[in-house]
Each structure stands twice: as structure tokens, then as C-alpha cells.
Design a protein around this ligand. Structure first.
Ligand code: PMP
Length: 364
């Protein structure tokens, strides 16, 4: 059965975006959506500005120049690339094209909420695989596979935990899946990973006909506001999604900015270096306050709070918001007593740690 609206509304999970307001008169440090503090490459800004000089014409419906730039940077064939209005759109298209009522799709316990929403919107059933130490567990995922399973979603690094599954584990997962199941590797935070086995993901997609990888320009490329994502996958899957997507799913500024951004490798290398430095500094500084942090390889950390009244994540959220530091509540991800913090500018990271230090010392 297709999903039927109840009281006029489809009964599906709700995605609540991070807050973006500080109290009146206080400087805002928005650390709630894993955006980069460095913004986009100046070349991308220039390209977007040039593109909006012509607003009367439709954009290139094939996003050809963007696909060509991605193909060149990663040594891929453009026939294996599809661009999307953010990678969210591509995740949705995968569900729309490959799931029907009665089917199942698996995601991990603390996985990205959009999977569950899109699986439900397609009328299929989300199946949750438990994690081990807040990290995806290949055996637990394989144990959930049934003959109804059509898709498996795995974010690596995962959001909101920032944890990472080594690629030999992903190969083992792929090897254990029936060939009709598509493995979706969501690599939104790929560019931040400093592990030398990361490129193996691209190789796995190239060598299999049931693996796709989704990527985004919203994180390290600093183009969240323009909505640009891409997917790398077997031609048959790319072509299927290509038929179903909106004919002009990327706007002209997004195509131009994405093309310039992906070619500016020096900017991205510096952004990755900056993140690694402040990820480490912030993790250590928060731990030194006596709070536990899930070890992250992304551009964010998950901070866990004690159960003590007055010291919970909800208390910390209120305390920090009043001082202009906006973090993300992650209750919907199964963490009622944690806050996710994006790595920000030096000023934001130092300021946040200072405010947290005040908070942990405040009388409960
Ligand atoms: N996947 C993961 C794991 C994410 O954290 C996000 C952004 N929050 C996305 C996909 C979607 O990114 P976008 O649609 O901006 O490309």
C-alpha cells in the first residue's frame, strides 16, 4: 500500500533543522548544521555571481560542466555521475526509484534521519540495525537483511556520531549482501577523513553494480546555501535516477559555483587541515572539562552530558543558546542527552569551550 495521509498529513518521521537564531543583541555562532566556518572558495563565489547575471534562462538540465569537473578531479566517467539539489535529493530519488510498499530498507541505529523519512515516503519499511560503540556494525546490518530488503544506507563518517568504519569492513558488508540489494554509501563528510583507506570506496563503486556513493558540496565546499550534491554509481542506477529527477534540479548558480569549488583543490586542502587541527583541539578541550566526546573524523563532535539535574544536554543547550552558541539537539537520533557541535572558527571554538567551562561549573 502507498502511504495514506492520516488527518491530511503523511505519518512519517520529521526532520527538524538546526536552530539559527541567537538572542537579540548577542553574536551568533551557529554550530548546529555541520557547515564550514571558512565559507566557499572565493572562486566559487565569483562563479555564482557571474551565473546570476542571467536569471531569465533555464540552467543546463544536464549540469554538464559540473559533471565534467567532478569526473576530472576523481578520474571518473561522467556517465557514472548524477548531480542533485543537495545529496538529500539523491537519497530521496534512490528511495523513489528502488522502493515500493512492502519493501524494506536498512539504516543504522544512529543514522541520518533523511533515510527513514524517504524510506517511509516511498511506502517502504525502515529497518534499524543496532550499532556497536556508536559505530555501524556490519554483522548487525547483515543480520537484518531479508528477501524484502532493497536498499542499505550507510553514512561513513556517520552523522551525528562522526564515527568511521574502515573500508575493509565496508567490503565485507558488500560481500555479504545479496546482489539485488543496493548499498548506498553516504560520504557527505568524505573530504574531512584523513584515513588512507578512504579512496577504496570509489574503487568499490567502480567494481560493483549495486553500490552507489553520495557526496555533497554543503560541507567542506561551503555551498550548503546553494544545494549541490552528487552521486557516483553504476550507469544503470544513474540513468534510472536521471529519468526521474526534475529536469532542472540544479540551478545555474549551483552548477557554476560547484564547478569552480571542486577545481580549487588548494582551498579544500587548507579547509581539511584547518578542520583536523580544530577537531583535535576542541575534542581535547571539551574532554578536559570532564565531558565525554565520541571520537569523530568529521567536522563535528558529539558531546555527552551527565544525567545530573541542571547539567543535562537540555540545560547546556539553554545555557549556550543564551550566550549565542547554537548546537544541535540530537534526541531524534537516539541521543537524548548529547549535543552535536560543528567545528567552527577559532573564535567560535574557543568561545564555546569557555562557555561550556562556565556551564559545567555552574551550580546544578
Ligand atoms: N548525509 C549526511 C550524513 C548528512 O549529514 C547530510 C547533511 N546534514 C546530508 C547527507 C545531506 O546533505 P546535502 O543535502 O546538504 O547535500
Amino acid at each position: 500500500m502507498k502511504p495514506v495521509p492520516k488527518d491530511g498529513v503523511l505519518d512519517i518521521a520529521v526532520y527538524v533543522p538546526g536552530k539559527s537564531r541567537a538572542p537579540e543583541g548577542i553574536k551568533l555562532h551557529k554550530l548546529s548544521s555541520n557547515e564550514t566556518p571558512l565559507g566557499p572558495s572565493p572562486k566559487a563565489i565569483e562563479a555564482a555571481r557571474a551565473a546570476v547575471a542571467d536569471l531569465a534562462h533555464y540552467p543546463d538540465g544536464q549540469a554538464s560542466e559540473l559533471k565534467t569537473a567532478i569526473a576530472e578531479v576523481y578520474g571518473l566517467n561522467t556517465r557514472n555521475i548524477l548531480c542533485g539539489n543537495g545529496s538529500d535529493e539523491l537519497l530521496g530519488l534512490l528511495c523513489q526509484c528502488y522502493l515500493a510498499p512492502g519493501d524494506e530498507a536498512i539504516h543504522t541505529e544512529h543514522g541520518f534521519l533523511v533515510y527513514e523519512i524517504q524510506i517511509q515516503a516511498a511506502g517502504a519499511t525502515p529497518v534499524v540495525a543496532p550499532e556497536r560503540e556508536r559505530t555501524a556494525d556490519v554483522d548487525a546490518i547483515l543480520a537484518k537483511v531479508s528477501d524484502k530488503t532493497k536498499l542499505v544506507f550507510l553514512a561513513n563518517p556517520n552523522n551525528p556520531t562522526g564515527t568511521y568504519l574502515p573500508f575493509d569492513e565496508i567490503r565485507r558488508l558488500h560481500a555479504g549482501l545479496p546482489s539485488h540489494v543496493i548499498l548506498v554509501l553516504d560520504a557527505a563528510y568524505a573530504e574531512y577523513v584523513r584515513r588512507n583507506d578512504y579512496g577504496a570506496g570509489i574503487e568499490l563503486v567502480s567494481s560493483a553494480d549495486n553500490v552507489v556513493m553520495t557526496r555533497t558540496f554543503s560541507k567542506i565546499y561551503g555551498l550548503a546555501g546553494l544545494r549541490v550534491g552528487w552521486m557516483y554509481g553504476p550507469e544503470a542506477i544513474v540513468e534510472t535516477l536521471d529519468r526521474v529527477r526534475g529536469p532542472f534540479n540544479l540551478n545555474a548558480a549551483a552548477i557554476a559555483a560547484g564547478t569552480a569549488a571542486i577545481r580549487d583543490r588548494a582551498f579544500i586542502e587548507e579547509a581539511a587541515r584547518f578542520n583536523a587541527e580544530w577537531l583535535e583541539w576542541t575534542t581535547r578541550a571539551v574532554e578536559a572539562l570532564g565531558l565525554s566526546v565520541t571520537p569523530s573524523v568529521g567536522n563535528f563532535i558529539l558531546i555527552h552530558f551527565p544525567e545530573t539535574p541542571g547539567q543535562s544536554a537540555a540545560d547546556a543547550d539553554a545555557f549556550l543558546t543564551a550566550r549565542g552558541f547554537i548546537l544541535r539537539r540530537v534526541t531524534g537520533y537516539g541521543f537524548p542527552n548529547a549535543l552535536r557541535m560543528s567545528i567552527g572558527s577559532e573564535e567560535a571554538n574557543r568561545g564555546l569551550v569557555g562557555a561550556l567551562a562556565e556551564f559545567v561549573k555552574s551550580p546544578s
